[in-house]
Design a binder for this molecule. Structure first.
Ligand SMILES: [Zn+2]
Length: 256
């Protein structure tokens, strides 16, 4: 088994809002990968006194624990419970109905001897490398489809016809992309927040298959180095238009 994780803030002056973790639960029958990208709010009220890093750490920690300890629950059921648990931790002090209440993208994968389950919500990516070397990217394409039509707005957040993130409503799990792959057909798994997936999606430095190749040969930290190098060569966004010069980046690579 090989497991490598890396994460780096987009701006060293600001807290990293990405969360990446792997658990190998007691019993020795497999593992769990959880990766979240906290959605950075505009500098305005969010209705929450805790902030995005608090929320993302709570949600990620709860999801990891539930996926590891409650194997009888689907990943979607684990995410619903993790959202409910996190909401319960601050519903008395904060306005969780606020449209900018802390929220996050979610990738979860869980494997045992027989199968690999996956769940993706919003714009972080899960890559499944098959035994023949082909790579299936598991993506929730809603934001990308909306962005192709025009600027994405707050009004499209967790609204019908818009895009969905894990915030305070457990019902959002019905919007997640989920599936199962036979364990014998999986050679590796990779998870990327969009700050790392830029290497493929924004900069076109290679395909998803190339990205898995970099992760295997050089590791997640080197993939983030490569992203930062492209960004440094285009400091003003002349070649690649982007909201943030650098974004928080996290990547995980697992050969289960
Ligand atoms: Zn709060």
């Amino acid at each position: 088994m090989r497991i490598e994780l890396a994460t780096r803030p987009g701006d060293p002056q600001r807290p990293n809002e990405d969360f990446v973790s792997v658990a190998l639960p007691a019993g020795g029958h497999g593992g769990v990968l959880v990766l979240l990208d906290g959605v950075t709010p505009p500098p305005a009220d969010t209705g929450c006194t805790h902030g995005v890093p608090w929320f993302t750490s709570r949600l990620g920690g709860a999801l990891l624990e539930l996926c590891a300890a409650r194997r009888e629950l689907t990943l979607a059921a684990c995410l619903a419970e993790a959202i409910a648990r996190t909401a319960a931790a601050h519903h008395e002090s904060c306005d969780l109905s606020h449209v900018r209440t802390p929220q996050a993208t979610v990738v979860a994968a869980r494997w045992d001897e027989e199968r690999v389950e996956h769940l993706v919500l919003s714009d972080s990516a899960l890559l499944i490398e098959h035994q023949d070397g082909s790579v299936t990217p598991v993506l929730d394409g809603r934001i990308e489809a909306l962005a192709a039509l025009g600027p994405v707005t707050d009004g499209q957040r967790n609204a019908e016809g818009g895009f969905f993130t894990a915030a305070a409503d457990p019902a959002v799990v019905a919007r997640a992309v989920t599936g199962t792959t036979p364990r014998t057909d999986v050679r590796a798994l990779a998870a990327l927040t969009d700050g790392a997936a830029r290497w493929v999606e924004m900069f076109g430095e290679g395909s998803w298959q190339d990205c898995v190749g970099v992760l295997r040969k050089e590791g997640p930290d080197a993939l983030i180095d490569r992203v930062r190098a492209v960004e440094a060569a285009d400091p003003d966004g002349g070649a690649f238009r982007r909201w943030k010069r650098h974004d928080d980046a996290a990547a995980a690579f697992v050969e289960p």
